[in-house]
Design a protein around this ligand. Sequence first.
Ligand code: COA
Ligand code: AMP
Length: 624
Amino acid sequence: MDYHSEFRRSVDQPEDFWRDQAAKIDWIEAPQTIWQPTDNGHGQWFPDGVLNSSDVALDANIRAGRGDQTALIYDSPVTETKRSYTYNELRDAVATFAGALKDRGISKGDRVIVYMPMIPEAAIAMLACARIGAIHSVVFGGFAAHELAVRIEDAQPKAVITASCGIEVTKVIEYKPLVDKAIEQSSHKPDCCILYQRPQVQASMQAGRDYDWNELTAAARPIDPVPVKSTDPLYILYTSGTTGKPKGVVRDNGGHAVALNYSMNLVYDASPGDVYWAASDVGWVVGHSYIVYAPLFAGCTTILYEGKPVKTPDAGAFWRVVQDHGVNLLFTAPTAFRAIRKEDPEADQLSRYNVSSLKRIFLAGERLDPPTYEWLREHTRLPILDHWWQTETGWAICCNPVGIEMMETKPGSATVPSPGFNVQVVDMNGGQVPAGEQGQVAVKLPLPPGCLTTIWGDDERFQSSYLKPIEGFYSSGDGGYIDDDGYVFIMGRTDDVINVAGHRLSTGEMEEVVASHPAIAECCVVGAHDDMKGQIPIGLVLIKDGATIDHDELEDELVEMVRDKIGAIACFRRAMVVERLPKTRSGKILRRVIRQIADGEDFTVPSTIDDPAILDEISERFHA
Ligand code: COA
Ligand code: AMP
């Protein structure tokens, strides 16, 4: 089938289309009903299906004869370790840790927070939760204690699973004190904390609450997958919205398994046995979908890499991993290749390694800028494929559908809508915008399987954020256009979400932190262009009348506050004191104009501006 026929079938006959896809995974009870609308304006996929995601990821592969095939390779340049697990070994490790969770009283529907570095135990913990029907919520290790506390408060977990430390390029980051602080800050107290002690740090344990991973597993008996409903939540993954409170994206079991399995063929053209490497972190959606679940659903070998694109030890790190493990498909964020290119502009490192196994390189998480695309294309001579997606969707909304038909690549475009996603560019009333003109990129409902089903504990927020803004559509929050050939170009967020080194962050949340400083009267944070990280946050602050504080000192304090509350990952390093903030006469801060000034772009002075002279003042400050 060609792409256009497949796409048309997916939107004209979605039930037939997804019934066929559902038949490709192992169910405990196959669904009879494919789609059922619900009264929250959305609906449920495969509502009467029963399965277990850990069964689909592990046991099903063993039943298919892949028990001795490598399922997961852990490659850690920061600890100089390499370890691999066959499907049999990974299933045994998961089943045993699932037994340990059960012994701690954790069962179906309970939430479990996983706050771990990139070690195999992180994936084992996730799959073990899935095996007993518990709902995991992985929190990225770069987030500070406060962010972890917010998630504990919201998800109300029965357990927190962590490790004694994470290892960054030159430093060891102790995780346990952060977990202790987060539990202290949260009014919800988990029953237990399971700690994986790494050799680099022996963390202290709190008697009666903390348990050692190895001791628990030594005493545990492996357990079989517990049947769960297709619509039962598999996980909650928090992502930045426009306010200080992150959104707990809820993913179901059945739709997720069907969609990710389909995506492995459609988007990546992966086959069982292929070595698939998503160079990301399990704390992000890319890690959930394409380090842990999808490659295993599809019978591939997945790589879990504890390192960076550069400095671990050099800009040849990615090519070394490709060579050592015979990687066939590589997926990462453009920022990783910008970092490699900066250190190795002529790609000299590439010629040191044999990367002949590599068939395609995939990029997502932020716009693939044409210079990075051209550099990769020139030096690797491989297909370089951009695809656009979000935490909310869990898999690509737009891609080059290589599993069906390799389409011509247009630099700057994520290519075409994936079957199942009826992508349209509309105005706020849902009216179609002509080809080539920018508007809101939206998906006509229903969304395909695999996308969020609600926001944890706040269905009203799910509706008001995604379904209500444009009636009949899912609002992506991204702006862009579709050209005459149907290619989709994503140009950036239309809200206060920014993208720093492929990490999604909220400027609104940073503003809340900055505004809590006693000397600050008012502030705004915008995402300014950065050559390597795509965007970095910059704060403009107004000091309260009568407050006397040295401006450099204030900046240092604000930078420290954001590191402490959100985490180093926010990369908030600049806060400029200004006399006034540019506003409309109704008092709305002109963030877009501030961002354009920061980026040195041309801008139109809005007719509603209160005092146009401020813009010159700000421009001088930015470009001083
Ligand atoms: N745990 C604790 N701290 C972490 C962390 C983690 N897992 N990950 C990052 N940090 C810290 C870093 O140590 C750094 O702290 P510092 O300010 O004290 O030095 C800060 O967060 C910023 O880190 P990072 O974004 O990694 O910046 P960098 O300048 O060290 O590296 C890149 C730049 C481009 C190499 C890096 O951002 C990168 O690898 N990006 C790829 C991102 C990616 O894969 N995204 C997933 C989406 S697909
Ligand atoms: P996250 O939820 O962290 O995956 O971030 C999703 C956001 O990242 C999207 O809403 C986009 O703004 C941006 N994004 C992801 N992939 C792409 C891409 N291929 N092109 C442009 N923007 C992207």
